[in-house]
Design a protein around this ligand. Structure first.
Ligand code: C2E
Ligand code: CA
Ligand code: CA
Length: 781
């Protein structure tokens, strides 16, 4: 019985147990009030029964005691009712115990009167009275079970004693009956007690739960409204059910747009995984850029999602908490930018430059793709600063940075180290140091050229400036960024010493190259005689018919020791040594004879109607250049209209009149002239009108990016339009993909060359191409 109670109470804390106990006391108080008046009458009846008997006086005394206990009880009940706070629950309980136990004893003592009356009816009434009180008390006091037992005990013990010790078997039996009666009542009382207690406990638990729920609901509402984060719920259809104000502020929309928003229709799919995580009973997380659906605001957010359950623990949706960290990210980006970019010119600073150099070096170690560092220092910058002021100096630096960036390729890095020092990192220069050096040198020439134009900065007169450039090329795996920068710096000082506006390579590297150069130069002297030179041919294709209509002759050198040497490696050597003149003649003769050969002896060769020959500026500058060309054409018997001479812009920069005159003579003779690598120069557009070109060849660097770079696409379109206006043919160079081909087809480009159809190939290969031209090119494009 005791253990049962503990079981009940085990879920409660001390405070709640105390509360239940006081409830028990309250119940007992209320119940016992009801029996006050019946007991008063019962006392009167007893008084009446013993009227005029010998024990009347004792009865009267007894009655007075009964009255005192009743008044005492009433007083306690009354105070409890009016001033419950006067004592604590324990004290009330104690008082109640005293009065009830006294009362039990007083009423139990009635048993002593039983045999004082000879009247059996009286005896019966007294027994009935005690039994009645006992039955009622077992119920009314059941909430305080201990009290009920004690009450019954004190009430019944005199009756038991009077019966049991009165002699006679019947009375013994009646004494035992009293004990049985006591046990029956005790067990009934226990049942009632258990019921009372269980209902009290469940009531308390219920109250506790209700309170906790109300509290958590209140907390939740506070969090929902006041949290410095956006919160929204959505159901299993990914429809938003509710959202707090902060969320709507983040998205800059109102409640009408927010509620009912279908998250399935988000154009930005980056959030889906996190939004769907709750339906797999998981938490979801996303951090990153997000473009809002309605206002298209670009944000950077974090999104945390958790499942939302119903009372049966089924997942019915998700709760999402969103924080807008756009400002923080922007600040971080800005700080990062400041760490890596020069504040004045907004180009990479030393830190980023070194990082990029290290990256390029790593790439070099893996792929043998050479890189060069160009150290550039403006000549006389100090005097500009001193005489015109820092402001003008700054503007000059900004403009310099702009010009340098404009001529470099995307894969290169133009950086400012500070002051008037700039560094350019050139990537992907190929695997051959000599041709890499040539490329770097060409870029240095371009730099001298772009910086030679006047700078119109501020209100002052245009400023003229020049630069000294030092170049170092990566030479071994062990070199790091600092080494390369140091070498380039040293070379730059060398350049300065040797007169400004010059370029110098780092000396030890130069020694090695000079050696190689000498070696190649010596070899080249005998190359023609030894039959080591060879022409490869690349087909020129008409876009519309996809047929080969001509060929470009491209020089190759089969070196006895070094194998196949490409033009990039040898042309500059040939130019500097003057060997380009005899070599160029050989190329022209060879190409023209080969063309005649195809025309007369090859069945399909008849259809091709032009042979393109590259001519170097040095060659073109020779006084007798035109005569030589005419002589070769006449000698070989080729129709001049089938010859196309390819010139680059570099030869037309100076002595324009002579250039025009030579070109006109060639044109009068019937030879076609094309402008090679069109688009890479700087001054060509203005000249174009004055120079009698027949064809433009769009440089392959533009074709390479037409699909990815809109600037290049627009440029190619413009060139094509302009060519139409000037009535020039256009050949697109370096077409490698079908997409590029289709672009050209769409924009009415007439001819193309490129790996898409064929690389430059040897004679017999080219003849094969001629036989299958339609198939071979059609199959690809
Ligand atoms: P170029 O006149 O612009 O010749 C085209 C170059 O682009 C050739 O390189 C060719 O192999 C390459 N090419 C053609 N189609 C594609 C393509 O789809 N993708 C790529 N990535 N490249 C393509 P090559 O034969 O190494 O010649 C390099 C340069 O050397 C020529 O550029 C030309 O300026 C010069 N050159 C070649 N032969 C002679 C010559 O006999 N005399 C002179 N003076 N210069 C020559
Ligand atoms: Ca060419
Ligand atoms: Ca070209």
């Amino acid at each position: 019985m005791i253990f049962r109670q503990k079981d009940f109470l085990s879920e409660l804390d001390a405070e709640e147990k105390k509360h239940i106990r006081s409830e028990q006391v309250t119940i007992a108080f209320k119940q016992s009030f009801a029996s006050v008046f019946p007991l008063f009458f019962a006392g009167l009846v007893v008084l009446y029964l013993f009227f005029q008997t010998p024990i009347f006086l004792i009865t009267v005394l007894w009655f007075i005691v009964v009255m005192i206990t009743l008044v005492w009880r009433l007083q306690i009940l009354y105070t409890y009712r009016m001033y419950p706070q006067r004592y604590d629950s324990k004290a009330w309980e104690r008082k109640f115990y005293y009065v009830m136990l006294t009362s039990a004893f007083v009423w139990g003592s009635v048993a002593f009167f039983i045999f004082k009356s000879p009247n059996a009816l009286h005896q019966f009434f007294l027994i009935f009275l005690i039994a009645g009180i006992a039955s009622i008390a077992s119920g009314t006091l059941a909430s305080l079970f201990g009290l009920a037992i004690l009450f019954l005990f004190f009430l019944l013990i005199p009756l038991f004693g009077v019966m049991f010790f009165n002699g006679g078997l019947e009375y013994h039996m009646m004494g035992i009956l009293v004990v049985t009666f006591f046990l029956l009542l005790a067990s009934a009382s226990r049942r009632i007690h258990t019921n009372i207690l269980s209902s009290l406990v469940s009531k308390t638990l219920h109250e506790k739960a209700t309170q906790a729920w109300a509290l958590s609901e209140e907390h939740f509402q506070t969090v929902f409204k006041e949290a410095p984060a956006g919160i929204f719920y959505y159901n299993s259809d990914l429809i938003i059910i509710d959202s707090n104000v902060e969320m709507m502020q983040i998205l800059k929309i109102d409640k009408a747009h927010m509620i009912g928003l279908d998250l399935k229709k988000l154009p930005d799919h980056s959030l889906y995984e996190a939004l769907n995580a709750p339906f797999g009973a998981k938490k979801g997380y996303y951090e990153g850029p997000y473009t809002t659906m309605i206002n298209k605001i670009d944000l950077w957010i974090t999104l945390r999602t958790s499942p939302m359950y119903d009372s049966k623990k089924n997942i019915i949706g998700g709760v999402a908490i969103v924080t807008d960290i756009t400002e923080r990210i922007n600040a971080e980006v800005k700080i990062k930018h400041q760490a890596y970019f020069d504040a004045l010119t907004d180009i990479p600073n030393r830190v980023l430059l070194k990082d990029r150099i290290e990256q390029s070096l790593a790439h070099y170690r893996r792929h043998r793709s050479l890189i060069a560092i160009m150290f550039l220092d403006l000549d006389h910058f100090k005097s500009v600063n001193d005489s015109l002021g820092h402001h003008i100096g700054d503007l000059l630096l900004i403009e310099t940075a702009t010009r340098l960036t404009s001529i470099c390729r995307e894969e290169d890095t133009v950086a400012r180290l500070g002051g008037d020092e700039f560094v350019i990192l050139l990537n992907e220069l190929g695997s051959d140091p000599l041709s890499a050096a040539n490329k770097a040198e060409k870029i240095a020439e371009k730099i001298h050229e772009v910086l030679s134009h006047p700078f119109n900065v501020g209100q002052s007169e245009p400023i003229m400036t020049s630069s000294s450039i030092g170049i170092s090329l990566v030479g071994s795996d062990s070199q790091n960024a600092d080494d390369l920068l140091k070498y380039a710096d040293t070379a730059m000082y060398q350049a300065k010493k040797e007169g400004r506006n010059t370029t110098r390579f780092y000396q030890t590297q130069m020694d090695a190259w000079i050696k190689k150069r000498l070696f190649l130069e010596n070899g080249l002297r005998h190359a023609i005689k030894n039959g080591e030179l060879e022409l490869y041919y690349q087909p020129v294709i008409e876009v519309k018919t996809k047929k080969i209509i001509g060929a470009e002759a491209l020089l190759r050198w089969n070196h006895p020791e070094m194998g196949l040497i490409m033009p990039d490696e040898m042309i500059s050597i040939a130019e500097e040594s003057g060997l380009i003149v005899p070599i160029g003649e050989w190329v022209m003769k060879q190409a023209c004879s080969q063309f005649i050969e195809w025309k007369t002896h090859h069945p399909n060769g008849v259809e091709i109607d032009r042979i393109a020959i590259n001519v170097s500026a040095i060659q073109f500058r020779q006084n007798n250049f035109v005569d030589k060309v005419i002589a070769i054409v006449t000698e070989t018997g080729i129709l001049p209209s089938m010859v196309e001479i390819e010139l680059t812009e570099s030869m037309i920069i100076d002595k324009l009149d002579t250039v025009i005159e030579k070109m006109q003579r060639l044109r009068e003779f019937g030879i076609n002239l094309s402008m090679d690598d069109f688009g890479t120069g700087y001054s060509s557009l203005a000249y174009l009108k004055r120079l009698p070109f027949t064809t433009l060849k769009i440089d392959r660097s533009f074709i390479r990016d037409i699909m990815s770079d809109t600037d290049d696409a627009v440029l190619v379109e413009t060139i094509l339009t302009m060519a139409k206006i000037f009535d020039l043919d256009v050949i697109a160079e370096g077409v490698e993909t079908v997409e590029q081909f289709e672009f050209l087809e769409r924009h009415d480009c007439r001819y193309f060359q490129g790996y898409l159809c064929s690389k430059p190939v040897q004679v017999n290969k080219f003849e094969e191409l001629l036989s299958f031209d339609v198939q071979s090119c059609n199959s690809r494009v």
